[in-house]
Design a protein around this ligand. Structure first.
Ligand SMILES: [Fe+2]
Ligand SMILES: [Fe+2]
Length: 301
């Protein structure tokens, strides 16, 4: 069965604060979510300089206190904005998969996961220091198109096995290094839920034979995704540019080298390859396309 159309609608509007549906939704969410106080983000960032390896960068060390603060806040905001949009897309994904379910139990699983994603979305929103900017990020438009257009077997593998499997490591790293105890416990709750989202993906794709169409859909999707990972932490480079003004190509190259971009990407690509275990044909295809080779800083900029 195929479902097409726009599902994710990442730009969907919010209702006004005083809408009656808000007062119905809040207690529903609070039942699942211990409401947490919002700390003063400016004074105490959730993740510090060393989490982003900022102090290894000459430009950061030479910047003024105010510029350093701006860069660090920007990096913090980016992490939460990404999580916010991923959780928002997660609500659309589980709704689509619920309709595409082939057993009652599968549909129950996706309905419950949908409530998880709504809870995660609200949890992340509580901690966002500034409203989410409307600038479209390449990863988010990739995710949105994938959910909108993907066929079920390809979605199961790319979203639940690969992206949510990767998300587990990502959220664990965020939780382990988070300096705010309330946000840390929220991230740990998300992590527990995501483990079962990934686990169900493994069960539903186990030994599943792919048609040629699915094989090529998965290969194309993962080629786009891996190429983004290969580029390294370009979001951090953008944070520097927003604080310090435009950087030359050679400044960006040095910055990426100081951030150990190549090593960082190599680790991530290795982890992603590990999640593809058992799909040898896919791994060979992606290897032929150079998808597991991290880009050198001069290629990324
Ligand atoms: Fe989630
Ligand atoms: Fe999830």
């Amino acid at each position: 069965m195929t479902l097409s159309g726009s599902w994710t609608k990442l730009d969907m509007p919010s209702l006004p604060e005083d809408h009656r549906l808000q007062s119905l939704l809040t207690p529903l969410l609070n039942r699942r979510l211990a409401a947490s106080p919002r700390p003063d983000f400016q004074d105490s960032p959730y993740w510090n300089e060393s989490f982003f390896a900022l102090s290894q960068c000459r430009l950061f060390r030479d910047a003024s206190d105010e510029q350093r603060q701006t860069i660090l806040n920007d990096c913090n905001q980016q992490i939460l904005e990404e999580a916010y949009s991923i959780e928002k897309a997660g609500m659309a994904y589980t709704a689509k998969m619920s309709l595409l379910s082939e057993s009652l139990e599968e549909r129950m699983v996706y309905s419950l996961f949908g409530a998880d994603e709504a809870t995660h979305f609200q949890g992340i929103k509580l901690f966002l220091p500034s409203p989410v900017s409307e600038v479209e990020q390449p990863f988010l438009s990739f995710l949105s198109q994938l959910i909108d257009r993907g066929e079920k077997p390809a979605l199961l593998f790319t979203i639940q096995v690969i992206l949510e499997g990767w998300g587990l490591t990502h959220y664990r790293k965020l939780a382990d290094n988070c300096q705010n105890p309330e946000l840390q416990s929220m991230l740990k709750m998300i992590l527990r839920d995501e483990a079962s989202h990934h686990g169900s993906g493994l069960i539903l794709t186990d030994n599943q034979d792919w048609t040629r169409a699915t094989e090529s859909e998965v290969t194309e999707t993962l080629t786009s995704f891996l190429n983004m990972v290969r580029c390294g932490p370009l979001g951090i480079v953008s944070a520097f540019e927003r604080a310090l003004g435009d950087l030359s190509k050679s400044q960006k190259r040095v910055l990426l080298a100081e951030l150990k971009s190549e090593e960082q990407s190599a680790q991530r690509l290795e982890l992603l390859k590990g999640l593809m275990k058992g799909r040898d044909k896919l791994i060979n295809q992606l290897t032929k396309r150079d998808c597991f080779r991290p880009m050198r800083p001069e290629e990324s900029v």
